[in-house]
Design a protein around this ligand. Structure first.
Ligand code: G3P
Ligand code: MG
Length: 243
C-alpha cells in the first residue's frame, strides 16, 4: 500500500507548500497529494481552502487575489515561524520541483461555488503541456465530476479518480462514464464488502485521510492501494515502506 503525503506532509510542514514537498522527499515518499485552484488572473496555484485566512497572513477569497498579490502572502508562519518564507506555490513550480525530486503528484482540482470548473481544467492542462510534465507522474482527482469530464477530453493520457466521501450506490457507473482508474473515498465510511467489490471490479482504491496506524493496517488488509496521510512518518517509523 502506497503512503501518499496529504497536502505535502501536512503534519511536518505547512500544507500545500514547497517545504512540504521537500519533507516528502526527505521521508522517501513516492507520492504527494495537493489541491489546486485559480487566482483572479487565472494562475493555477496550490491551496486547499476557498479563503486564504487559515493558511496565510492574508484575508478573503483566493479567487479575489491576482497572482502577484497572492505570492507575497506568508503561507508558513501560521504553522511555525521557522516556515515564514513559504508562499502559496504556482502549480507549475510545484510540479517542476516534484518532477526533479522524482515524486508523483495527485492533483486534486478544487471547485468552490461560482468557480469555473472548465477554466480551471483548461489552465491546468495548458501548463502541463507547456512545461512538458510527464503524464506518468500525475493523477487527477476531484469531488466535482465536471472536472473529470473536462480532463477526460483535455488530458486523456493522465489517469483520473473520482473523489467521494461516502461511496455512492452508482459508483461503478460513474467511474465507467468518467473513465476513471480509481475511486478515492473517506476511509471512515469504507466497509470491507465495499473494498472487496471495488477491487474485484478492477479499480484502484485510495482512502483519505488516514492518520491512524491500526486503521491503516485494516485498510491494507482489505486491499486498499493507497492512503493519503498527514503523518507518513508514523508508518515509516513503524517499519512500513512508502510503497
Ligand atoms: O484528495 C484527498 C483529500 O485531500 C480530499 O479532501 O478536503 O483534504 O482536499 P481534502
Ligand atoms: Mg485534497
Amino acid at each position: 500500500m502506497i503512503l501518499c503525503g496529504h497536502r505535502g506532509v501536512a503534519s511536518l510542514a505547512p500544507e500545500n507548500t514547497l517545504a512540504g514537498l521537500e519533507q516528502a522527499h526527505e521521508l522517501g515518499l513516492g507520492w504527494v497529494e495537493i489541491d489546486v485552484q485559480l487566482t483572479r488572473d487565472e494562475k493555477a496555484v496550490v491551496a486547499h481552502d476557498e479563503k486564504v485566512n487559515r493558511c496565510t497572513d492574508g484575508k478573503g477569497k483566493l479567487r479575489n487575489y491576482d497572482w502577484d498579490e497572492l505570492r507575497r502572502l506568508d503561507a508558513g508562519s501560521w504553522f511555525d515561524p521557522a516556515f515564514k518564507q513559504e508562499h502559496i506555490p504556482r502549480l507549475r513550480d510545484y510540479l517542476a520541483r516534484a518532477q526533479s525530486l522524482g515524486i508523483k503528484v495527485n492533483v486534486e482540482l478544487k471547485v468552490y461555488a461560482k468557480d469555473d470548473a472548465g477554466q480551471l481544467c483548461r489552465k491546468v492542462s495548458q501548463l502541463i503541456d507547456k512545461h512538458d510534465f510527464d503524464q506518468k507522474n500525475i493523477l487527477f482527482s476531484s469531488f466535482e465530476p465536471d472536472c473529470l469530464r473536462y480532463l477526460q477530453v483535455l488530458q486523456p493520457g493522465i489517469p483520473r479518480a473520482l473523489l467521494v466521501e461516502r461511496i455512492p450506490d452508482d459508483w461503478q457507473a460513474q467511474l465507467q462514464l468518467l473513465d476513471c482508474t480509481s475511486l478515492h473515498c473517506h476511509h471512515q465510511y469504507l466497509t470491507h464488502d465495499q473494498a472487496d467489490t471495488i477491487k474485484g471490479s478492477g479499480y484502484r482504491l485510495h482512502c483519505y485521510t488516514v492518520n491512524n496506524l491500526e486503521r491503516a493496517a485494516t485498510l491494507k488488509d482489505w486491499g486498499v492501494d493507497m492512503i493519503f496521510t498527514d503523518t507518513p512518518q508514523h508508518y515509516l517509523n513503524a517499519g512500513w515502506s512508502p510503497g
